[in-house]
Design a protein around this ligand. Structure first.
Ligand code: ATP
Ligand code: MG
Length: 417
C-alpha cells in the first residue's frame, strides 16, 4: 500500500521541533495580555464571498491562491487565506463595533495555494492584531510598537521596519492615474505579471519582485509626492510617534500592501536572514474594509505575522530542547504500578512534571531512560517497596537514595503554585 503523506505545502509540527512554536505562542499571548488586546477566534472556513468582497478579486490571494470548494449544501466555501476579513465579519455580525472600539488579536492556520518554499507554505500560521474603530495616528504607533516589541522579545535581531503611506482614497486614485499613465508608456519593459496587473491592480506593480521591473520603477512617479497635505501631516505624526519610542524605521515608497483595502500607514518588518521570504510582519491601515463588508464606516489598523518564518528565525538564533521532567517514576509489579500512577497523579495535581514509565521492563532499563530524560529525581517502586510503603527516591545527580512514604513525597518538590 502507498504510504500516506501530507499534502504539498502542509507540514506536521513534530514534538522535537515544537518548543519554538510554544515559546512563540506564549510570548505572543503575553504581549497581547499586557497591551489589553482581546483574543478572538473565528472559523477556518468562511463563505467565499467574504474574501472576494473583503480582499478583492484583483489580488493574487483571491485570484490565484484560495482553497475554494462547493460544500454539500451547494455553498461556495473557502479556507481562510488571512485573518482580517473573518475578524471584521465577526465584529459586524456580533455587534462588537456598537460596543465601542475593539482591540483584537488572533492566531491560527491560514491556507493559500502557493508554490511551497522555505517560509512559504500552503497551510501556514499567523498571529495578527486588529484595532477596529481607531483613527488617531497614535493608534498606528501603538499597533506597530506592539509588533516590534514582541519580535524583540523573541530575540530576533537584524529586523528592519519599513514604512510608507498610501494616503487617502483620493490620493490613491490620483496616484493610480499618474502611475498608469507612466506605466503605459513603458509597458513593453514590464514583466508579464506586471503587464497583467496594469489592468487589474496597478499599485501592486510597485511591489513586483522582478529585478528589471524594480529597476524601471526607480524613475516612476513618487507616491509620497501625490499625498495631500492632510495625509502627509498624518504620516509625519506616525513617524514622530515611532521616533519618540526609539523604534528605527526606513521609508520605503514602493511598499504597498497586496490587499485592496489599505490606505495611509503601510508597513512591513523584514529580516535579512530569511532569503526571498523576508517579510515576517505586514500590516497597515484599512479604513475601507468594515464598510465594504456591510458595517458602518470604521477606521482600522492591523498587522499579521507569519509564524513559520519566525520559527525559522528563532531556530537560527538559539537551540531549543525539550523540558526535563521533575521526576521519573519507575515501577515493577502490579501493586507497584498502582502506587506509581497514584504518586504521579498527586504530584501532577500540584503542578509538577512527572514522567511515568509503563514498560514493566527491568529496573536497569527503566533507570537508563530516567537518566536520558534528564529528570533530577527518580522514584523507584519494586515489590518490596510496594509492600513496605517505603519508596526509593533517588537523586540522579548524586546517585544517593532515601526511603520516603508516599505522603512525604511532596515535600521534596518545590511548590509550583
Ligand atoms: P508575501 O509577499 O511573502 O507573499 P504577503 O503580502 O502575501 O507576503 P500577508 O498577506 O501580508 O503576506 O501576510 C502577512 C505575513 O504572513 C507575511 O508577511 C508572511 O510572514 C506570512 N505569510 C504570508 N503568506 C505565507 C505563506 N504562504 N507561508 C508562510 N507565511 C506566509
Ligand atoms: Mg503572498
Amino acid at each position: 500500500m502507498n504510504q500516506l503523506q501530507t499534502l504539498r505545502g502542509m507540514a506536521d509540527q513534530l514534538p522535537m521541533g515544537i518548543n519554538g512554536w510554544q515559546q512563540l505562542e506564549a510570548i505572543g499571548r503575553e504581549h497581547m495580555r499586557r497591551a489589553c488586546v482581546a483574543e478572538i477566534r473565528t472559523p477556518l472556513l468562511e463563505a467565499t464571498e467574504l474574501f472576494a468582497r473583503g480582499i478583492g478579486a484583483a489580488t493574487d490571494v483571491v485570484g490565484k491562491e484560495m482553497y475554494t470548494f462547493i460544500d454539500r449544501g451547494e455553498r461556495s466555501c473557502t479556507l481562510r487565506p488571512e485573518g482580517t476579513a473573518g475578524v471584521v465579519r465577526a465584529a459586524i455580525q456580533n455587534g462588537l463595533l456598537s460596543q465601542g472600539p475593539q482591540k483584537l488579536w488572533y492566531s491560527g492556520a491560514m491556507f493559500r495555494y502557493e508554490r511551497p518554499q522555505a517560509g512559504r507554505m500552503r497551510q501556514f500560521h499567523q498571529l495578527g492584531l486588529e484595532f477596529l474603530g481607531f483613527n488617531e495616528p497614535r493608534s498606528d504607533v501603538e499597533a506597530i510598537v506592539i509588533a516590534w516589541d514582541l519580535l524583540m522579545d523573541l530575540g530576533l535581531k537584524e529586523l528592519k521596519l519599513e514604512l510608507n503611506s498610501l494616503g487617502s482614497k483620493e490620493d490613491r486614485l490620483n496616484y493610480r492615474n499618474q502611475l498608469v499613465n507612466w506605466l503605459e508608456q513603458h509597458q513593453n519593459q514590464l514583466d508579464p505579471d506586471s503587464q497583467e496587473r496594469l489592468q487589474t491592480n496597478p499599485l501592486r506593480i510597485l511591489d513586483s519582485k522582478n529585478p528589471n521591473t524594480q529597476e524601471l520603477l526607480k524613475t516612476a512617479p513618487d507616491l509620497l509626492a501625490a499625498l495631500c497635505p492632510e495625509s502627509l501631516e498624518r504620516f509625519e505624526q506616525v513617524q514622530q510617534g515611532l521616533t519618540a519610542l526609539q523604534i528605527p524605521y526606513q521609508l520605503n515608497p514602493r511598499l504597498v500592501r497586496g490587499l485592496d483595502y489599505y490606505g495611509h500607514t503601510a508597513f512591513e518588518i523584514t529580516s535579512s536572514a530569511l532569503g526571498a521570504q523576508a517579510t515576517v510582519c505586514g500590516g497597515g491601515r484599512y479604513n475601507g474594509l468594515v464598510e465594504q463588508l456591510g458595517g458602518a464606516p470604521t477606521a482600522c489598523i492591523g498587522w499579521a505575522m507569519g509564524l513559520e518564518r519566525l520559527v525559522l528565525l528563532m531556530q537560527n538564533q538559539s537551540s531549543t530542547t525539550a523540558a526535563a521532567p521533575d521526576l521519573y517514576v519507575i515501577s515493577q509489579g502490579e501493586k507497584a504500578e498502582a502506587i506509581a500512577i497514584n504518586a504521579a497523579r498527586e504530584l501532577r495535581q500540584k503542578g509538577h512534571r512527572v514522567e511515568l514509565d509503563h514498560s514493566g521492563a527491568g529496573f536497569a532499563k527503566q533507570m537508563k531512560r530516567a537518566l536520558k530524560s534528564a529528570a533530577p529525581l527518580a522514584l523507584l517502586i519494586g515489590e518490596a517497596e510496594a509492600s513496605s510503603g517505603q519508596l526509593q527516591l533517588k537523586n540522579l545527580q548524586t546517585n544517593s537514595s532515601e526511603l520516603v512514604e508516599l505522603h512525604q513525597l511532596l515535600s521534596f518538590f518545590s511548590p509550583t503554585r
